[in-house]
Every structure is written in structure tokens, then in C-alpha cells.
Design a protein. Structure first.
Lengths: 386, 142
């Protein structure tokens, strides 16, 4: 069964993004869900599937159902792919509604990643998917995501000659986009010189190669094709969606090729299902915990040849007026990082509806959205307005 | 006072690895059925599902597959060690592990660099296998 046009995103919702929300992560998540339900123009009771957040205080599908007063929860799944959750959940939700198991599935993620458990500290938290990191990597001082993504970046620099300035252009472009977005946290301009002068943390990464830590939640609703025709806004149709996991799913160190991540494995499946070629894309929303990951994903998606991602970025390719405008909301680097990347999906849906504000693109053909988490789990979705 | 480093918590799969470290031997899990070297240790062979293993000793020679220089400690136990080099080492037997390079200038480290085993017994319940630079063998590269 193909998922091509069998499901659509019919509602999106985001809380404010902040450094200190003053709310619990459950309250943030409920707020985002309420916004998504209102956006879709459905009733709470129409929701019959829940994919809860992997982060925060453990708000389960039952807990969400209880708070929403759902009459009958018919479908739930709990995923453990860190930052990839937001988009691997789209794959799961699309399977659920296409099969008839559910009609409207809500996906939510959110946490206090700044004022609560800091996002940068994630592997030090006692989570089951980091067992190898805790036992064989943390004793050597490899304790945070930056260490592992920097190992991947260094390997890429060695193989292809990518540079810190190319990484910097990802940050500079994200910031330029954030300046157009009043929901973005980072609102002061950044130049390439600012990036190069920022503090080296884990070579080759500097401070401005890293995403921000923030509080906030986001949610979306995936509806079955027939149900999507009854919702308030124009649906964002899922043309293709797939997920991928590297051949060591638990460690960057032991996988056969540390640059072969889930996004690269999922991309050919997602594009084939969509009937779209990378060059047909009008924009990309790429999961960007570190600048380098945008470059790697441009290559993993097949948009750039291996090694050409850096030069493409450096030549302005991902800017609003570039060949592939990327992260037009500012991304995890300059908008917010607290929603397992659902803010990227929200931006894609806004672009497709023509409601992306100052960053609105003139042409809105298919848009690709990726998720990436736990150093390599990934998902790729291709969405279109009609 | 500096807090202790994160210590390995051996599992039923990995206990022989850490027991060997206690004897200052770098031993890697090997499937008795198909001969596959397996790291990190598992409960069954990912190739054929075998659950009988031996633990051959490694030569301790390898090369740098990738590395980073951590100029900041994100865990307080490493605050006195910055800058420190975290490296992915590919052993000459073929498996990779994560370790530190010790006794090297950070600027001299490069991918493909030959390294050899040295034991760090300065902290924690188990000696840790670390690596230092070694004179390059003929024909060695990344």
C-alpha cells in the first residue's frame, strides 16, 4: 500500500517559544494541541489517534486522551527517536489513517528545553536509547550531542573539504530568516564574521554552529484523505513519507558509515512515493541541531552530490532567493528547539497555505521536511498544497 | 572537588570486555559460529544470531577514523582536562571504538593517523583503553 495522497496535514499549532515558559511541558503540549485542533476546524472528540511526545514529563497517549476528553482513542504509538520523532510520527500517523485505524491523529512534542532539562545535555539523561553512549562513550568525555555530530562533521570535512565558513553560512542564513519571523527567538542579525568569531566549543563547531535551547510545544493533525476534505484550512497533502535508521541504530561510532543516516536511507523511498525529484522542490525544512546537518541532509536527500552541499550553501543556495530556500522560519538554529522539529513542519504548512508572513515564498511547489534524532534516526516527508 | 567521571556500567553482554580491561587487555567479542568481531558487545551475533562468543585480544594498533577537540567540558568531571581529544579509533582488526588521544598536540592530530593502545588508570572502576600517536607504518592512510 502506498501512502501517496492517502493522508494530509490538516491542522498545525504552536505555543510561543521562549527561554522560560513558566508552564509545565504538559500544559505547553495541551496548548499546542488546542491550537492545532482549532486550526483544523474539527472538534476535540474527532481526534481518535494520539502520538505523544517522547520528551518532557512522560505525557502518555492516555494522559492526552484524558485531558482532551476523547470519546474513544482508537490508535496510539509511542516513538523513541529523539529529534526525529516529530517526523517519524508523520509516517506512523499516515499509516494509521490510510489503513482506516484512525481518522484524525494528533502528534505533539514539547518541553522546557531551556528552563527545564537542557536539550544540550540529552545523552546524560538516563534514556534507554543511549545505553551504548553511557557505557562506552561518556567515560571518555563524549557526553553531549555536539561531540557526536562534530565527529560526523570532521569526517565530512576530511572526505570532501567542507569548511567552517560553509557551516557558518547555514547559521547566517537561518538568522536572516528568523529576522522575518516574529515567532523566532533570535532576532539580532548575524554575519559570517560573527560566526567565525564565536567561541570554539567542540572543534570543528563554534557556538553559532549550535541550535538554541528553548521552551515550547507544537502539534499537528494528520487526517485520512476523505476526512481531510471536511477541515477548515486547505490540507497539506502527504505525497510521500518514509523513515530510516542507520545500520548501527544506537551509535555513530560503530555504524558502517557515520555519514549514512536515516534521512539518506528514507529519501529515495519518500521521493519515489511522491513522484517528485529533488530538483522539483520549492523549499526544504531540514532538521538543524547543528549547522553541518543542513549540509549533510542536502546531500542525503540527493539535492546536492556528496561534497557539494557546502559550496551550495556558501553560494546562497538556501537563502529565501536561492535555488532551495531552507528553514524559512529560522530553524532550530534561530527560531526554537523544543518541539522535535514540528516547528519545521508548521512552517512548511504555512508556506503551502500562503500564510508564512514576511518569509512567504512566491512559488510553493512540493516542500520536503526532515526529522533527525539521536545522531541518525530520520524521516523524510514531501508535502504539497494540491 | 572534581566529581567522578561517568563510569561504565557493565551489562550481561559487556561484562567480559570490562573484566579484560581490569587486566589491561583489550578484548573484543567474537562470534564462535561465524567469526564476526562485534563491538559494542551484544547478547547475540548481529550476523547469524549466535550466542556463543570468545574474546580475542586485540593488537592495540589502529588509526584515527574521526576526531574532535572538546574545548569545553559539558560534564564537570572533565573540566580539568580541556582541551581533550575524542577520537573514533579503527583497530587494525577492523572494529571501531570511541576513545581519547593522550599525549598529543591537538594540532598534530589528523584522520588516518596511526595510534597504539595505552591504559588510563587514573580514575573510575576500570582502566580505560586510550591511544597515543605511533610512528606511521608504510602505506598507511585514511
Amino acid at each position: 500500500m502506498t501512502l501517496h495522497r492517502k493522508a494530509a496535514v490538516t491542522g498545525v499549532g504552536e505555543t510561543d517559544y521562549s527561554k522560560a515558559s513558566g508552564l509545565s511541558d504538559r500544559a505547553l503540549q495541551l496548548q499546542a494541541i488546542e491550537h492545532a485542533i482549532a486550526d483544523a476546524g474539527i472538534r476535540r472528540q474527532d481526534i481518535d489517534g494520539v502520538i505523544p511526545s517522547p520528551h518532557g514529563s512522560g505525557f502518555t497517549a492516555e494522559g492526552v486522551s484524558e485531558h482532551l476528553g476523547l470519546r474513544e482513542l482508537r490508535f496510539s504509538a509511542t516513538l523513541h527517536f529523539g529529534g526525529a520523532n516529530g517526523m517519524t510520527a508523520m509516517h506512523t500517523a499516515a499509516l494509521a489513517v490510510a489503513s482506516g485505524a484512525a481518522r484524525h491523529v494528533v502528534v505533539v512534542a514539547g518541553r522546557n528545553g531551556s528552563s527545564g532539562a537542557r536539550i544540550s545535555q540529552r545523552p546524560q539523561l538516563l534514556q534507554p536509547n543511549f545505553e551504548a553512549t553511557r557505557e562506552f562513550e561518556a567515560p571518555f568525555g563524549a557526553t553531549v550531542p555536539m561531540h557526536f555530530y562534530a565527529l560526523m562533521a570532521k569526517r565530512h570535512m576530511h572526505l570532501y573539504g567542507s569548511t567552517s565558513r560553509q557551516f557558518g553560512m547555514v547559521a547566517v542564513t537561518a538568522r536572516a530568516h528568523a529576522l522575518l519571523n516574529d515567532k523566532a527567538l533570535m532576532r539580532s542579525p548575524m554575519s559570517i564574521d560573527d560566526h567565525q568569531a564565536s567561541r570554539p566549543l567542540v572543534d570543528p563547531f563554534r557556538l553559532f554552529d549550535c541550535c538554541i535551547e528553548s521552551d515550547g510545544a507544537a502539534a499537528y493533525i494528520v487526517s485520512a484523505a476523505d476526512a481531510a476534505r471536511d477541515t477548515r484550512e486547505k490540507p497539506a497533502w502527504i505525497l510521500g513519507v518514509s523513515e530510516g535508521h542507520p545500520d548501527s541504530a544506537i551509535s555513530v561510532v560503530t555504524r558502517s558509515d557515520m555519514l549514512r543516516t536515516g534521512v539518506g536511507l528514507a529519501a529515495p523511498r519518500a521521493f519515489a512515493m511522491a513522484g517528485v525529484k529533488p530538483k522539483d522542490l520549492s523549499a526544504a525544512m531540514l532538521y538543524d541541531p547543528f549547522t553541518f546537518m543542513v549540509i549533510l541532509q542536502l546531500e542525503a536527500l540527493g539535492y546536492c552530490e556528496p561534497g557539494e552541499g557546502g559550496p551550495f550553501v556558501e553560494s546562497g543556495g538556501i537563502a529565501l532567493d536561492g535555488a532551495l530556500p531552507t528553514n524559512t522560519h529560522g530553524g532550530l538554529l534561530s527560531q526554537s528547539h523544543s518541539t522535535a522539529g514540528i516547528n519545521h513542519l508548521c512552517e512548511a504548512v504555512k508556506q503551502l497555505r500562503g500564510s508564512a508572513g514576511e518569509a512567504q515564498l512566491k512559488t510553493t511547489g512540493p516542500i520536503v521536511v526532515t526529522g533527525n534524532g539521536d545522531f541518525g534516526d530520520g524521516a523524510v516527508a514531501i508535502l504539497a498544497a494540491d | 572537588m572534581t566529581p567522578p567521571r561517568p563510569a561504565p556500567q557493565p551489562t550481561d553482554a559487556s561484562q567480559p570486555f570490562w573484566d579484560a580491561c581490569s587486566r589491561r587487555e583489550l578484548r573484543i567479542q567474537r562470534c564462535r559460529k561465524c567469526g564476526l568481531l562485534i563491538h559494542y558487545p551484544r547478547l547475540c551475533c548481529p550476523s547469524d544470531g549466535g550466542d556463543q562468543f570468545d574474546w580475542p585480544q586485540m593488537s592495540g594498533d589502529g588509526k584515527v577514523h574521526s576526531y574532535v577537540v572538546s574545548r569545553r567540558a559539558f560534564h564537570p568531571a572533565f573540566a580539568d582536562e580541556t582541551p581533550y581529544v575524542i577520537a573514533v579509533i579503527e583497530l587494525e582488526e577492523g572494529v571501531r571504538l570511541l576513545s581519547n588521544l593522550v599525549g598529543v598536540e591537538t594540532e598534530a592530530v589528523h584522520i588516518g593517523m596511526g595510534v597504539s593502545l595505552v591504559w588510563d588508570e587514573t580514575s573510575g572502576p576500570y582502566p580505560l583503553p586510550k591511544f597515543r600517536a605511533r610512528a606511521a607504518k608504510a602505506g598507511e592512510g585514511a
